[in-house]
Design a protein around this ligand. Structure first.
Ligand SMILES: *[C@@H]1O[C@H](CO)[C@@H](O)[C@H](O)[C@H]1NC(C)=O
Ligand SMILES: *[C@@H]1O[C@H](CO)[C@@H](O)[C@H](O)[C@H]1NC(C)=O
Length: 459
């Protein structure tokens, strides 16, 4: 539900560009959005379909493609992103990912048309160690997602921890998709959680994974302690950038206060002017144009959008007067934070590259043929030269350029989770890890503004 904001950030950026007469005067941007369903087969099929779709599906033949594909923005996580890259690399189509994942895989695969709109994980490792050292915490428990990224995290983190005199109390691998319904396994998980959360010695927990990993732990904490008592489990959670405090319909009433005071690394972002106003214009009757909106609206507001073709009325229909800002933060946030901001910047990066490509082409052609031509024969690979060289200011006043690894590395914000009794929260920025600090320490934190879990009376 919460990831729908990614779609909105994309639409917002594209509308902004199409409205602006200066930036791409003779072209209009369009887009298609696909859901990979976290499935490898679907991912490959979507990408091939995007490149070669026709009445029949003929790889390497583009029979009637009216879509002028210039670039692909995606994905959020490393696995689907690299699967997309497997194909796009062959055709040298620019791909801009918006999540933060390990650096090494990129080098290994020697990807030539792969750009990252967020800092890779190495910087985050460094930030996590700096955070522990800053507070003098030397005993931590590790929860990690059970996959390749999780293994890499453990490998790197365990050696960094020991170099810095920090011990790990336990390591626990979490399934990276959904819940398990196996009762036997359930019992052993509950037993483990019981021990860990009751233990007064280990108070600092790392959580590495994705939003499902967080939901999983959340589920078991409530299972073990019950809704009321879970609030009094006082731990310091240190949460990595790919994790969002989100709820699905299944557990929308979960109590968030167990994570009060958590410190999360989040892809650096800044308030984008106009985005809030854009969100206010959103109405459920856009569903004709936006295939995702209906599901989002119905799930978020727990109502149903009536089907005009059906004569009878059902109860609990959406009125259209629902307000996004009335949703609690685990369901939707009004700020363009983290991943959404990366998507916004990705759209602008492609646009600026296109603009540069068009303007050189036009100059060249005007000289050769004496007249301007339209951009029919644009090839996506032509964009690389200009993408690699982009440097522009966003509407937030930040400079976007790629480094030598073709990564826009603006670092991470360190956010402190402040929860409210109404099950909403705000993330307060208390520090950052910024690789661009000239000559200085990239890590900064301000202890004095941190809100800790209510069971702690000292740091
Ligand atoms: C929840 O409570 C906080 C603090 O009282 C308030 O600022 C926020 O607007 C409330 N959120 C919702 C969705 O009601
Ligand atoms: C971008 O912003 C920087 C300051 O952050 C400023 O010095 C520069 O002139 C701006 N560039 C453009 C093209 O507006």
């Amino acid at each position: 539900m919460k990831f729908y904001q990614h779609v909105l950030a994309l639409i917002f950026a594209i509308k902004e560009i199409n409205k602006d007469q200066k930036i791409l005067p003779n072209a209009t941007l369009g887009f298609h959005i696909y859901d990979s369903h976290n499935n490898q087969q679907i991912t490959y099929r979507i990408i091939l379909g995007l490149l070669f779709k026709s009445h029949r599906f003929l790889p390497n033949y583009n029979c009637e493609n009216h879509k002028n594909l210039v670039a692909i923005i995606g994905g959020l996580e490393s696995k689907p992103s690299f699967q997309v890259a497997d194909i796009l690399t062959l055709y040298k189509i620019p791909q801009l990912t918006y999540g933060s994942f390990p650096q090494a895989e990129n080098e290994m695969k020697n990807l030539i048309s792969f750009y990252r709109m967020a800092s890779n994980e190495d910087l985050q490792y460094m930030g996590m160690i700096s955070l522990l050292r800053h507070f003098g915490w030397t005993w931590v428990g590790l929860f990690v997602e059970d996959d390749e990224s999780g293994e890499r995290f453990l490998e790197t983190m365990e050696s960094l921890l020991s170099q810095n005199g920090i011990c790990s109390a336990f390591t626990r691998r979490m399934p990276n998709q959904g819940y398990v319904c196996d009762k036997k396994r359930d019992h052993s998980v509950i037993h483990f959680f019981h021990q860990i959360f009751k233990s007064p010695n280990c108070r600092t927990f790392f959580l590495y994974g994705n939003t499902h990993t967080l939901m999983y732990i959340w589920h078991y904490m409530i299972e073990v302690f019950g809704e009321k008592n879970s609030i009094s489990v006082g731990k310091v959670w240190i949460i990595t950038a790919q994790i969002d405090f989100a709820l699905a319909n299944l557990n929308r009433d979960n109590e968030l206060q167990i994570f009060q005071g958590a410190l999360s690394f989040m892809i650096h972002s800044k308030e984008v002017p106009g985005f809030q106003e854009f969100l206010h214009t959103l109405k459920p009757d856009w569903t004709e144009a936006d295939g995702f909106l209906k599901n989002f609206w119905e799930a978020a507001f727990d109502c149903s959008i009536p089907n005009p073709r059906l004569p009878y009325k059902v109860s609990g229909t959406c009125t259209g007067e629902e307000r996004l800002e009335s949703l609690i933060a685990p369901l939707f946030e009004m700020c363009m934070c983290g991943h959404s901001y990366s998507i916004y910047n990705a759209v602008y990066a492609v646009t600026h590259a296109l603009q540069a490509l068009y303007s050189t082409n036009t100059k060249h052609r005007t000289m050769v043929t004496g007249k301007k031509e339209v951009h029919q024969d644009l090839r996506p690979w032509q964009l690389h030269l200009y993408l690699q060289a982009i440097s522009f200011n966003t509407s937030t006043g930040e400079r976007v350029t790629f480094n030598d690894n073709w990564e826009f590395s603006a670092g991470f914000d360190i956010m402190n989770l402040v929860t409210f009794p109404n099950r909403s929260f705000v993330n307060v920025k208390v520090g950052y890890v910024d690789p661009n600090v000239p000559g200085g320490n990239p890590f900064t934190i301000d202890d004095t503004i941190i809100t800790w879990h209510k069971t702690f009376n000292q740091v």
